[in-house]
Design a protein around this ligand. Structure first.
Ligand SMILES: O=C1O[C@H](COP(=O)(O)O)[C@@H](O)[C@H](O)[C@H]1O
Length: 329
C-alpha cells in the first residue's frame, strides 16, 4: 500500500498531505488549512491520529487520519503554555509531550481514549532551551536535550509526570544538543548537536544499568567547513545501517554508515539539498528520504542506495511556505 507523507508549512498555515508510491513518487492528496503556524508534528501510537503544535496561539491540534486516503479531519484542540518546538508521545500512547525552546519547559498532556490530546496536566520548568523530547522504546525513560545547557537530561515518566534521574549526558561545551534518533535494536542513540554539527553516539540506560555514556563524537560536516554550524535533523534507516542528518547554513545532507554494533563507521557522503533543510524523514521501507526546504518551499525526494547508503536525488516537488517538518507512515 502507498505510504502517506505529511509536511508542515507554517508560513501559509497548511499541512500538505501526499501519497508515496512504492516507486518513490509523491502525489498531493490534500492541503489542510490550519488555524495557526503549524510546526512540530507526531503520529499517535497506532498512527490513526496526527498531532500538531501551532503558534502564536499555542495549541496542540488532533487530526484523525482516514485509513485509506490518509486525509486529515480535525478532531480536537487543547491549549499549550508555550511555543511548541518539538512534540512526542510516550510508549503507551497515553501521554503527549511538548518541548518549548523559548519558554524553557516541557509540558505533559493526557491523550483521551478517543485519541484526542487534552490540556497539560504537568509542566516541567527550568530546562534551558529543550529542543526535543525522546522516549526510549520499551522504557519509561525520556531524554531531553537542553540545548543551552549542553546536556541531555534524563527523566522517567511516572504517573503522568517526569521525574529527573541523577545522571545526565554531558555534551562538549557549545555543542547545543538538539535532536535524537535511536538504533532500533541496540541501546544506542545519536544526538545531533546544532551548534558544532557533531553527532554524539550515546549509550542508553536500560534495566541492567542506569549509566549514561558518550561512546563517540563525530563531525557531521566536512572538516574544512568554514560557515556557522546550524544542524537541524537526524534520522536512522529502519535496518540500522545508515544515519542521515541535515545542516542549514550549507543546506547539506550527510549520509553516515553504522557498523553492526551501532557505532558510526564512516561518513558516506555529503549532498547539497533544499535551502535550509530543517526537517526530513525516511520512509518505513528505508528506501526513500524526503527533505523539506524551509527557504525553498520545496521537497526533494531521494532514493537511498540500499548497499552504499548514498543518496540519489530523484524528484523535486513544490510545497507550502516555510516547510519544516516531514512525517511518513
Ligand atoms: O531551529 C531552531 O529552533 C529554535 C527554536 O525553535 P522554535 O521554532 O521553537 O522557535 C530557534 O530558536 C533557533 O533559532 C533555531 O535554530
Amino acid at each position: 500500500m502507498n505510504q502517506k507523507v505529511y509536511v508542515a508549512c507554517p508560513e501559509n498555515q497548511e499541512i500538505h498531505v501526499f501519497t508515496l508510491s512504492t516507486q518513490g513518487e509523491l502525489s498531493l492528496v490534500q492541503i489542510v488549512a490550519v488555524p495557526g503556524q503549524v510546526q512540530p508534528m507526531v503520529f499517535s501510537k497506532n498512527k490513526s491520529f496526527l498531532y500538531v503544535g501551532i503558534r502564536p496561539d499555542f495549541q496542540v491540534l488532533s487530526y484523525a487520519i482516514a485509513p485509506e486516503s490518509g486525509e486529515l479531519s480535525f478532531a480536537g484542540s487543547a491549549p499549550l503554555l508555550g511555543s511548541p518546538t518539538h512534540i512526542a508521545i510516550d510508549n503507551t500512547g497515553k501521554y503527549f509531550f511538548s518541548a518549548s525552546y523559548s519558554f524553557n519547559h516541557v509540558s505533559i498532556c493526557p491523550i483521551s481514549q478517543e485519541g484526542i490530546v487534552e490540556a497539560p496536566i504537568h509542566t516541567i520548568e527550568g530546562i534551558c532551551a529543550p529542543h526535543s523530547v525522546n522516549p526510549i522504546s520499551d522504557s519509561n525513560t525520556i531524554l531531553i536535550p537542553a540545548l543551552k545547557e549542553d546536556k541531555i537530561r534524563v527523566f522517567n515518566l511516572a504517573n503522568g509526570t517526569l521525574i529527573e534521574a541523577d545522571t545526565a549526558y554531558m555534551i562538549q561545551k557549545g555543542a547545543g544538543p538538539r535532536h535524537i534518533t535511536f538504533h532500533n535494536t541496540k541501546q544506542i542513540g545519536y544526538c545531533l548537536n546544532e551548534l558544532d554539527s557533531t553527532i554524539s553516539t550515546i549509550k542508553l540506560p536500560d534495566e541492567n544499568s542506569t549509566l549514561v555514556d558518550i561512546l563517540q563524537t563525530h563531525l557531521s560536516v566536512p572538516v574544512d567547513f568554514n560557515q556557522t554550524y546550524w544542524s537541524a535533523d537526524i534520522h536512522i534507516t529502519p535496518n540500522n545501517r545508515f544515519l542521515y542528518c541535515s545542516e542549514r547554513t550549507s543546506s547539506l545532507l550527510t549520509a553516515i554508515e553504522l557498523n553492526s554494533e551501532g557505532l558510526i563507521n564512516k561518513t558516506i557522503g555529503y549532498y547539497d539539498t533544499e535551502l535550509q533543510p530543517r526537517g526530513f524523514a525516511i520512509d518505513t521501507t528505508g528506501k526513500f528520504l524526503i527533505c523539506a526546504g524551509q527557504q525553498s518551499d520545496k521537497l526533494s525526494l531521494y532514493h537511498i542506495d540500499q548497499n552504499s547508503g548514498e543518496l540519489l536525488h530523484r524528484t523535486q516537488y513544490s510545497v507550502g511556505k516555510g516547510a519544516m517538518w516531514v512525517l511518513i507512515k
